[in-house]
Write a protein that binds this ligand. Structure first.
Ligand SMILES: O=c1ccn([C@H]2C[C@H](O)[C@@H](CO)O2)c(=O)[nH]1
Ligand SMILES: [Zn+2]
Length: 154
């Protein structure tokens, strides 16, 4: 389920860059209310990285998590496929994992095999795939086509 030595197809160099960018991204968090810094980075298929942090709001529910911030940036920069996602916080035992809303958000754009590296306060990680974190999930391929939908409703 979790592992510290399986890089899920990433080279050691890619993994190290994902780790350093994810941990550094904690510095871009805007979290005056919770003070809980979350950094995130995604490795895109084109080899580039996009980073983000949690961005809170005086109207608390309006805030956005680091993982969604990162993916919104990547998608709107035209990035198409994603090889790995990192998330880093200042807690340990266990490291924080993406919330349910983020898991579903990630599902829209990534394969179930996407590895999600969760880094703790010491930079140690647990890695799980999106499919492990979000079993029997509902995604774009779960919706019937317009034609199928017509048959279903007939
Ligand atoms: O995986 C997580 C968990 C929490 N948060 C944010 C939301 C909020 O700003 C703060 C406290 O929940 O951390 C994230 O960004 N990602
Ligand atoms: Zn979230």
């Amino acid at each position: 389920m979790s592992s510290t030595n399986n890089l899920h197809g990433l080279t050691m160099e890619q993994f190290k860059e994902l780790r350093s960018k994810t941990i550094a991204a904690k510095d871009v968090a805007y979290c005056p209310y919770s003070k809980f810094r979350v950094g995130s980075a995604v490795l895109c298929h084109d080899g580039t990285f996009v980073i983000g942090g949690n961005v809170e709001n005086a109207s608390y529910p309006v805030g956005i998590c680091a993982e969604r911030c990162t993916l919104v940036k990547a998608v709107t920069e035209g990035k198409k496929g994603f090889k790995a996602l990192g998330v880093a916080t200042d807690v340990k035992n266990p490291p924080a994992s993406p919330c349910g809303m983020c898991r579903q958000f990630i599902r829209e754009f990534c394969e179930l095999t996407l590895p999600i590296f969760m880094f703790d306060s010491d930079g140690e990680h647990v890695v799980m795939t999106l499919g492990q974190l979000l079993p029997m999930s509902f995604g774009p391929d779960s919706l019937p086509s317009a034609e199928e939908m017509e048959k279903i409703r007939a």
